[in-house]
Design a protein around this ligand. Structure first.
Ligand code: ADP
Ligand code: MG
Ligand code: MG
Length: 251
């Protein structure tokens, strides 16, 4: 059975009832990397937010089954506990809370919900330490306040660190490549690749082809006007590079 199966998903903006998603179909199996590409405003971020249960949007039709369960019936926190992780395009600053305390709290909350014993500070440090290397972060990074004064690259690395700490069956990465220089992009991509196992999957959303040179997708989907209008293998990125989105929507 698929890890995620989305059928005819429609959604509106809660406040205005304007329809943004107009029938999204997507199937993700274990171990696959899916990339969703598309012009700005095509509905990519809305789709990812709807999957994690963001309150700005209301689902009006279709179905989403995640690990055999109706995802749409779950609260956002339940979705996360079920193994769905999402990075945010604009992560929030949390003044006065340092990074390691934040990650420790988030990790323990998760273990508690799953009925596992919480980790003490030293145990948690031992758990997180090797993961810092994965994202190429120095230890002093852990003592800084969450996202406060982080550079674009540091924010993205921190999101991947969160993913490494919390773990996920399906990680939704929305524009983890935006605003990164090539070195930071390479680091972030390396970290994501390092987290991949034959069991977990990634849904990465990107406007640019550059990321796909570092993380090879199993499938590429093109989103336009709230729908996935085309699906192909990684060679679709080459078509995009040469002919642009217009060639695809016209086809
Ligand atoms: P993408 O991520 O592909 O750039 P988005 O999902 O962010 O696209 O947005 C799709 C469309 O829906 C855009 O026209 C955007 O302005 C609109 N939209 C999305 N969320 C909201 C919102 N909360 N309020 C008003 N308009 C929104
Ligand atoms: Mg956008
Ligand atoms: Mg977006």
């Amino acid at each position: 059975t698929p890890l995620l199966e989305v059928k005819g998903l429609t959604a509106v903006i809660s406040e205005t009832k304007q329809e943004i998603l107009k029938g999204v179909d997507l199937v993700v199996h274990h171990g696959e990397i899916h990339a969703i590409m598309g012009k700005n405003g095509s509905g990519k971020s809305t789709f990812s937010k709807v999957l994690v249960g963001h309150p700005d949007y209301e689902v009006t039709g279709g179905s989403v089954v995640f690990k055999g369960e109706n995802l749409l019936d779950m609260e956002p926190e339940e979705r996360s506990l079920a193994g769905l992780f999402m990075s945010f395009q604009s992560p929030v600053e949390i003044p006065g809370v340092n990074n390691i305390d934040f990650l420790h709290m988030a990790y323990n909350a998760r273990r508690k919900k799953l009925g596992e014993p919480e980790l003490g500070p030293l145990e948690f440090y031992a758990y997180i330490y090797p993961k810092l290397e994965l994202v190429n972060m120095k230890t002093d990074f852990l003592n800084r306040n969450v996202n406060e004064g982080f550079s674009g690259g540091e924010r993205k690395r921190n999101e991947i660190l969160q993913l490494a700490v919390l773990g996920a069956d399906l990680a939704i990465l929305d524009e983890i490549d935006s605003g990164l220089d090539v070195d930071a992009l390479r680091d972030v991509a390396k970290a994501v690749n390092g987290l991949l196992t034959p069991k977990n999957s990634v849904l990465m959303i990107t406007h640019y082809r550059r990321l796909l040179e570092f993380i090879k997708p199993t499938f590429i989907h093109i989103m336009e006007n709230g729908r996935i209008i085309k699906t192909g293998d990684s060679s679709l990125a080459q078509v995009l590079e040469e002919k642009g989105y217009s060639a695809i929507s016209a086809a």
